[in-house]
Write a protein that binds this ligand. Structure first.
Ligand code: ZN
Length: 186
């Protein structure tokens, strides 16, 4: 764990060079505590560590990608939503989304170009909850917003029940980093 000395000299050219200064900019200026606002995510990865092959462990450096950074990549680069749509989904301002996305891409690029491992963990997020129904056994349940096999019969014919574009708000905020699964009636 890197413990940073907050009393050190400020970064001279933040954002100019893809070096330590850039990453500091991406992480936020030290010494200015920003009240963490949870970003809504629909996806918590099961695989959270990616490493380049053939690099001895002792030489391996890693970058840490947060859950909300991964969500930004997923929405923008995998699902192909525009930034407006992404920001809406994550319930942040467009500028905030842009910042998260830029940070995420920089980290992935850093890992690919410089042969670093990627660790996905932490961040300020809450898992959105959606309702699913199994088309085989008609069992329905709530889970994070991506499709998974039916927890009852294991069938993969599962449909997400949309709620006219509005967001699924979980009434509780204690779901950080956890997979909330409630038994639904069937
Ligand atoms: Zn089923």
């Amino acid at each position: 764990m890197l413990v940073k000395n907050s009393s050190r000299a400020p970064v001279q050219n933040p954002g100019k060079v893809l070096g330590a200064g850039f990453l500091d900019t991406v992480r936020g200026v030290e010494g200015l505590p920003r009240p963490p606002k949870d970003r809504r995510v629909e996806f918590i990865p099961h695989l959270t560590y990616f490493k380049p092959q053939g690099v001895p462990l002792g030489f391996l450096d890693e970058v840490a990608l947060t859950i909300e950074e991964l969500e930004a990549l997923r929405l923008k680069d995998l699902e192909g939503l525009d930034q407006e749509g992404c920001a809406k989904k994550m319930q942040v301002a467009r500028t905030t989304f842009r910042r998260i996305l830029v940070s995420a891409r920089a980290k992935v690029a850093e890992a690919l170009i410089n042969g670093k491992a990627i660790r996905i963990e932490g961040g300020n997020y809450r898992l959105a909850v959606a309702r699913f129904i199994c088309l085989e056994c008609m069992y329905d349940w709530e889970a994070g917003g991506i499709q998974r096999p039916c927890p009852k019969c294991g069938a993969r014919k599962v449909q997400r029940m949309e709620q006219n574009g509005s967001d699924f708000h979980h009434p509780h905020r204690g779901d950080r980093g956890r997979w909330p699964e409630k038994k639904g009636g069937s």
